[in-house]
Design a protein around this ligand. Structure first.
Ligand code: NAD
Length: 287
């Protein structure tokens, strides 16, 4: 579909495609899109991109003010309706309540974006069992709850749909600095591929999106915890020199998410380093 390339280009550039998505305002018209971790970074940019494409948006975050801001911005961006919900995605009961409420009040979710996640840096032996649990609870269990609760309802409705799980290049790029985080994301990647196989016959797509280094709050708090703003900037510049990391805006990840839904991609590596050799050898032999 060529419209998605045009739409992606405008979303990526950070320019809005225009009031209510310009001429593509109705591409996701009538669809209900739920984004977790929608209060900030990639989740917020994704909610707004779907809003510009005419979707109704449920912005879920554990931070109520942030969720409310995204819902408000979504309405301004062109969503015919947008709601904010405050939930911790790792809380099974709260997620069950959310799924029940959303289904009853807004309808069955057409596109689910399991994006909420937390970062954690530290060597393997510095990572305590509590740290492991915290990261796995949010990054893995949050995705499991979302897929089980909303995926089942999608499947029972029998009208297709799409699930996007935001994993990371860390899922296939081992690192000494992020053992718990990388493990959680590798699990999300495999979970997505298994669920994709299970739902394939029902017109429900599942995508694992794998961004590399993106400019959001998570990269400052996880990778540069405990340093002041000036030192953080210096470290980021150093990282950019060393690894060729650029200032990669969350809007570009949002654009990749919309494209992955439209094209029903299984796995979508996003930043230049995420599309590295290791990636190509595993997922696209011969590419
Ligand atoms: P961010 O910190 O800017 O946003 C994360 C949002 O999720 C915040 O609004 C936060 O309140 C919310 N959140 C965190 N824990 C939650 C919970 N338990 N329940 C509900 N909401 C919760 O970070 P981001 O960079 O936009 O990250 C979004 C996703 O992208 C994460 O899964 C992250 O691991 C992934 N990712 C980020 C990068 C990067 O470089 N920024 C790279 C690869 C993958």
């Amino acid at each position: 579909a060529s419209w998605i390339e045009e739409f992606v280009t405008s979303v990526e550039s950070g320019r809005s495609p225009g009031p209510a998505g310009g001429k593509h305002a109705q591409r996701f018209g009538g669809q209900l899109v739920l984004v977790t971790g929608a209060g900030s970074g990639i989740g917020r940019a994704t909610a707004l991109a779907f809003a510009e494409a005419g979707a109704r948006v449920v912005a879920v975050d554990r931070n109520p003010q942030a969720a409310a801001r995204t819902a408000e911005s979504s309405r301004r961006a062109g969503a015919p309706a947008a709601w904010a919900e405050t939930v911790d995605v790792s809380d099974e009961q709260a997620m069950e309540k959310l799924a029940e409420k959303v289904t009853t009040e807004y309808g069955v979710v057409d596109v689910l974006v399991n994006n909420a996640g937390i970062g954690l840096s530290g060597s393997f032996f510095d990572t305590t069992p509590e740290d492991w649990r915290k990261v796995l609870d949010v990054n893995l269990w949050g995705v499991i709850h979302g897929c089980r609760l909303f995926g089942r309802r999608m499947s029972e409705r029998g009208q297709g749909g799409h699930i996007v799980n935001v994993a990371s290049a860390a899922a296939y790029q081992p690192s000494r600095a992020l053992p718990a985080y990388s493990t959680s994301k590798a699990a999300v990647l495999m979970l997505s591929e298994c669920l994709r196989a299970e739902l394939a016959g029902q017109g429900i797509g599942v995508t694992a999106v794998c961004p590399g280094f993106v400019n959001t709050a998570i990269t400052s708090t996880a990778h540069f915890a405990g340093v002041d703003a000036r030192e953080e900037k210096r470290l980021q510049q150093r990282a950019a020199r060393l690894y060729g990391l650029r200032n990669y805006p969350p809007e570009k990840v949002a654009a990749a998410i919309l494209r992955a839904v439209v094209r029903n991609e299984a796995v979508a590596p996003v930043t230049p380093e995420a599309r590295g050799a290791r990636w190509l050898s595993r997922f696209a032999p011969g590419a």
